[in-house]
Each structure stands twice: as C-alpha cells, then as structure tokens.
Design a protein around this ligand. Sequence first.
Ligand code: HPA
Ligand code: ZN
Length: 334
Amino acid sequence: MELDTYIRALPKAELHLHIEGTLEPELMFRLAARNQVALPWASVEQTRAAYDFTDLQSFLDLYYAGAAALIHEQDFHELAMAYFARAHADGVVHAELFFDPQTHTSRGVAFDTVLSGLERACAEAHARYGISSRLILCFLRHLSAEDSYAMLEQALPHLARFHGVGLDSSEKGHPPSKFARLFARCRELGLHIVAHAGEEGPPAYIVEALDILKVERIDHGVRAAEDPALMQRLAREQVPLTVCPLSNIRLCVFPTLAQHNLRALLDAGLKVTINSDDPAYFGGYVAKNYLDTALALSLTRAELKRIARNSLDAAFVDEATRAPWLTRLAAVPD
Ligand code: HPA
Ligand code: ZN
C-alpha cells in the first residue's frame, strides 16, 4: 500500500484546526462577492501569492483579513462543510474545531450566527460522513482580558453548544497568565481547556498553560524541547501536544520539515499528534501533514499509527465513542 493510502486508512482525530483557517481563496472570493465585502487582494492567484509568511503575526494579519468575507450563517456552514469533505477524504473520524468568535462579533456578526452555521455543518457531517465533532471557542490573546470576559458573557446562554475553550492569536507578549481568571471561570463552567503555547512563545508559556490555565492539551508546544525538565514532565504526564508541522514551516518556526523536532518529541515519549492548523493557508490538510512529516523525518508506519492512536486518545469524547475507532485502528497493519 502506498504511504499516502496508508495514512488515509488510519482512523484519526484532528484536534488543532481553526475553521477560519480552512477558508480557501476560491470560497473567500465567492463569499466576498456574495456579501459585497472588499478584500485586500485582486484575485485568487494574488491571494495565494500573498501567503508568504515570515512569522505568526504576518499570517494572522492575512487570516483576519480573509475572515471578513464570512458574514451569514450559510457562510459558516459552507466553510465547515468544505472542511469536513476534505477531512473525510483524509480519514478523519473526529474533528475538534476551533472558532474565533471575537473575529466576527467585532465586525457585527452575531455569536449565534457563527455558532448556528458551524453547528449545522457538524450535524450534516455526522449524517453524511459519520464524522463526530466538537466546537472549541478560542479567545484572542492579543485583545484584553476584559474583552475575553465580555465574549464569555455573550457565550454563556449558549454553553451547551460548545465543548471547550482555547487561546490563540499573537503569542509573544501575551502569556497564558493574562487569562488566569477567565480560564478559572471556564473550568467552573465545566468546559474543556486547551491553549496555544510554545509555538513562538517560550517554554515558560507552556508551564503557565499547564499550571495556571490547567489545560488538558497543549496546542503546538514544540518549544518545550528547549526545557529538559518540561520535556520530562510532558512525557510523565502524557500531556497531548497538537503539533502542526506544515504550519510550523510556513510560519518559520523551523527552517525545513527535516529540521522539525517532532521526531525528537516522539522519541522523548511525548504524546504527539499531527494536525493541520490553518490548512488553506499552510498548504495541506491533515493527511498531507502526516505524509510530508513521515517523508522528512522517516517516520515508520508503526510511528504514524501511534500518532493516530494518540489523537484518538486525546479527543474529548467518552470511552464508548472512542472504542470503535481504536478497534478500527488496531485492524490497520503496521
Ligand atoms: N497560532 C496562533 N493563533 C492562530 C493560529 C496559530 O497557529 N492559527 C489561527 N490562529
Ligand atoms: Zn493554531
């Protein structure tokens, strides 16, 4: 079996995926025309050509500009359905979608509009593809803690409609501790907790995410490798890391995929998963992330299977939901 076919045959969960980051330029232009929104680019080609990032911020500037095309409930529905079709083709059985409501409410798009469109897509994806999903509300860390509180207030009447909260956007200068009180409140509300940490920020941000926010997974976390004590802790506690290799290359966290530290993390016994982050911007959905990483780092089929297993283990689902996935995975040969 070809490696690409093998990877697609592995039942896997995608745990680090910004739904706004799945907005392909073609859909962006279609929605912008339909909604009479001006984009900063003249064409689909010019848009793709602009995706030449130097760091996280240079990406975020374009990512927020593109998200302006999303206005109506059906826009969010179409966006997520396009993602689910690709995820299904890649062998994803479960997806936990990040969404950034502040990006939309700040433009006058109601929280309920965003959530309704995504929710309808999740139900449709389950019916059409058998993919289960969760929604994780991400707070934008470059905005104030007060802003994030106001967002949580707006979300409170809809608490049953999302499963967890996360922390994303510009990392440097915005440590997890800035949101200590917000996340304490989210924990009291019974929400699952994750946070981006150690993508561009130092290992100390990962420690803060664990000790102050009390996250259940670390999004990215690759800079943990700079702190041996933290590496030992992550291995001992089996904290899942949602690593996004193609994202890390496109945002210049590592110069090339061959120099990515995913193998080192894996060899140190960390619970590593592979995810696509913002696939419309970074040149590949989850199966391509597995494949390119496998080729660059000589990952064996057994290692790829272990990574898929980690993703199923780290999903926010009950054991009855997880069990059939594990059975299916076990049936795939090494
Ligand atoms: N890091 C931080 N914020 C983000 C990302 C990311 O990789 N993608 C979308 N928002
Ligand atoms: Zn991310």
